[in-house]
Design a protein around this ligand. Structure first.
Ligand SMILES: NC(=O)c1ccc[n+]([C@@H]2O[C@H](COP(=O)([O-])OP(=O)(O)OC[C@H]3O[C@@H](n4cnc5c(N)ncnc54)[C@H](OP(=O)(O)O)[C@@H]3O)[C@@H](O)[C@H]2O)c1
Length: 286
C-alpha cells in the first residue's frame, strides 16, 4: 500500500491537497501533519517521526509564508524554509522515499519580462525567496527522487489570501488602491492540488512550474474579484509598488512558463479568470 505524508496539511494549500489526494489515491494511505504533529525546525525529531512512519512519498508544503514578515524575521525564514526543508530531505532520504517540495516564483527577480522556464537562473529579491531557494538546493542535493513544484499567487478556500483581503476591505472602504506594476498568475489551490496529485501519481521528478493560465497585475486581479462578486460601489485605484512601500521587494514580473507540465503530463491549468469565477461561485466569503 502506498503511504503519502503531507507536511503542512493544515495550511491553505494543504487542506485542499489532503482532500484531492484522499479521493485520487483511494487505495493509498494519506497522512497529514502540521506544526502540532511535527516542527520541521527540529532536526532529530523530524528524522525520527518520519522514520517511524516510513512513507513512500513526502509532500513538503509547510513554510513560513509571510513574505514581509520574513524580512524582519530572517532567522525564522531560514530556520523553517531552508533548514526545515533540509531536515525533511534528510528524513526522506533515510526512508528511501520520494520528496515533493513546493517552491515559489519569488526565487526570480522579474527582469526576464517573459514567462520563466524551469531552467532559468534564480535571483531572489527578498528573504522569503532566498530561504525557499535554499530549500530547493537542499532537496536537490540530498534527495535522490525529488520533485520541485514552483507556483505563485495562491488563493483558496482555506486561509487568508488576496481574495479574502480584497473582499474584507470592500466591506470597510469606498476605494481600494492596488498595485498595477507586478505581473503574475493568480492560482487556485484546488487546481494546483489536482496538478500535484497527477505529478505524484505519474512519478515525475525534477522541477515543474504549475500555475493557472494567463497573467495579470494585482490591480486587474482585484478588479476581477470585485466584479465577479457583484460589488460595484468600491472604486479601484491603480498604484505603483513604490507607493505601497512594503517591506519585501517583489519581482515586477514573475509569470511562470508551464509548458513542461503540458508536454510531460498533458495537463494545462485553466485561465486564472475562469478558476477565480469558479472559486467565487462556490465559496464567496463576501
Ligand atoms: N501562498 C502563496 O501565494 C504561495 C506562492 C508560491 C509558493 N507557495 C508555497 O506553497 C506552500 C503552501 O503555501 P500556503 O500558502 O498553503 O502556506 P500556509 O497556508 O502558510 O501553510 C503552511 C503551513 O505550514 C505550517 N508550518 C509553519 N512552520 C512550520 C514548522 N516549523 N513545522 C511544521 N509546519 C509548519 C503552517 O503552520 P502555521 O500557520 O501555524 O504557521 C501552515 O499550516 C508553501 O511551501 C509556500 O512556500 C505559496
Amino acid at each position: 500500500m502506498r503511504r503519502v505524508l503531507v507536511i503542512g496539511a493544515k495550511g491553505m494549500l494543504g487542506r485542499d491537497l489532503m482532500g484531492v489526494l484522499r479521493s485520487s489515491l483511494p487505495h493509498g494511505e494519506v497522512v497529514g501533519w502540521d506544526i502540532e504533529e511535527i516542527d520541521i525546525q527540529q532536526e532529530e525529531d523530524t528524522i525520527l517521526k518520519i522514520g517511524e512512519l516510513q512513507p513512500d512519498t513526502v509532500i513538503h508544503i509547510a513554510a513560513y509564508t509571510d513574505v514581509d514578515g520574513c524580512e524582519s524575521n530572517k532567522e525564522r525564514a531560514f530556520a523553517v524554509n531552508a533548514e526545515g526543508t533540509k531536515h525533511v530531505a534528510l528524513a526522506t532520504l533515510r526512508c528511501q522515499a520520494k520528496m515533493v517540495y513546493l517552491s515559489t516564483d519569488y526565487i526570480f527577480d522579474g527582469n526576464k519580462k517573459e514567462p520563466y522556464l524551469e531552467g532559468d537562473s534564480p535571483h531572489p529579491l527578498n528573504v522569503y525567496g532566498h530561504s525557499k531557494l535554499q530549500g530547493e538546493r537542499y532537496v536537490q542535493a540530498l534527495v535522490k527522487k525529488a520533485l520541485i513544484i514552483r507556483t505563485q499567487w495562491l488563493y483558496g478556500r482555506y486561509g487568508r489570501n488576496f481574495v479574502t483581503a480584497i473582499l474584507q476591505q470592500a466591506k470597510e472602504k469606498e476605494a481600494l488602491s492596488i498595485v498595477n506594476d507586478q505581473m503574475g498568475s493568480p492560482t487556485y489551490t484546488l487546481d494546483l492540488a489536482k496538478a500535484i496529485s497527477v505529478l505524484v501519481q505519474l512519478d515525475h521528478q525534477g522541477i515543474f512550474h504549475v500555475a493557472n493560465g494567463d497573467a495579470c497585475t494585482w490591480y486587474t486581479f482585484g478588479r476581477a474579484i470585485l466584479e465577479l462578486s457583484g460589488i460595484d460601489k468600491v472604486r479601484v485605484i491603480p498604484i505603483s509598488t513604490e507607493e505601497l512601500s512594503r517591506r519585501a521587494l517583489r519581482p515586477s514580473y514573475s509569470v511562470l512558463n508551464c509548458q513542461k507540465l503540458k508536454r510531460e503530463t498533458g495537463l494545462v491549468l485553466r485561465p486564472w479568470l475562469e478558476a477565480l469565477g469558479d472559486y467565487l461561485r462556490t465559496y464567496n466569503p463576501y
